[in-house]
Design a protein around this ligand. Sequence first.
Ligand code: ARG
Length: 408
Amino acid sequence: MTKRVALAFSGGLDTTVCVPVLEEEYGYDEVIGVTVDVGQPAEEFEEARETAEALDLEHHVVEAKEEFVDLCFDAVRANADYQGYPLGTALARPVIAKAILRVAQEEGCDGIAHGCTGKGNDQLRFEAVWRASDLEVIAPVREMGMTRDWEIEYAAERNLPVQAGNEGTWSIDTNLWSRSIEGGDLEEPDYVPGEEIYNWTTAPSGETEEIEIEFENGYPVALNGEAKDPIELTEELNELAGSYGVGRTDMMEDRMLGLKVRENYEHPAATTLLNAHEGLEALVLTKEERDFKRQVDDEWSQKGYEGLVDGPLVAALEGFIEETQTKVTGSVTIRFEGGQARVVGRDSDYAVYSADAASFNTETVGKITQEDATGVAKYHGYQDRIAAQAKKAAEAKKQVSTDGGDEE
Ligand code: ARG
């Protein structure tokens, strides 16, 4: 019987090399390349298609943009970021992994493979999904300890269709939610990148613009009064906020295996929507809800980073999130200014806010008079004052006993 394997295929050097390797080293008769659409630019599909054709590889392109953007919008409800990075690559991986697994199963494959190295997070995120199946999971780059130089030589020897410019200076990973730039000079934490690494954002010019984003149950639904579906909204905001230089991150990232890596990201829409969402939550949630939700959000983000959004913990966290989001309906005004997407206004019927109560111009808070706060003020900091007194007294006592001890 012919042995078939489905390969996560981008047409880049790693996955191109994997095609003959899966046949020659792993004994597969047929390799199926699968490229999953999570909003990469058109050139990437072009590259994948051309390379697949040149390799005579059966190639499937699978649509998953909607599934992906829905997950990104769940991430907005969880105010999700990992060490400041809005999780674009991380959230895309389980979506991609599931899409490839579906193809592998439909096509009667025996194995499923990726071209990730043994150093990064993506191997873990892919395999967390795939190992639930009984397919053979194969990671040729990791298992054969391939280096870039070895791959280049191997490709040259076999005349594999890797274009010279294929890999460029950096390793880029793009989807609807973020563009990640790593490798090359950028590996050095002290290397200051120039404008050339950016593609989605232009350096802030000093110009500003205000926009209004509407939310329903924590989901962004409209821009400047016009209803938008999630893909449209994200694409438009990437353009617009990107033109004001919003959403650049340059960070040291602690990967799952423990490696600390320098990473650069662009994510204009994600930054705008996350800021707006948090701004609206600040108006409609109580302090207690906000304090507790921060912990829930942190857990969600951690699982999002690990590619484990389909696990039971996330489902349970989302139970809490769902309950809080029933009030996150309203609108937020964002000003793009100096590379920031700053909340400058918010409005909701669910506001836990009374202008009358907080105002300097009214004497009472409903039926509560200002005098009523006197008792509270008397108690406030009570333990601190007792602690200070006790410390002073204890030290004086210690002093007396040591002085006394000296005399003897
Ligand atoms: N380090 C990030 C993550 O694990 C992004 C990796 C993106 N990959 C790339 N080749 N640029 O989520």
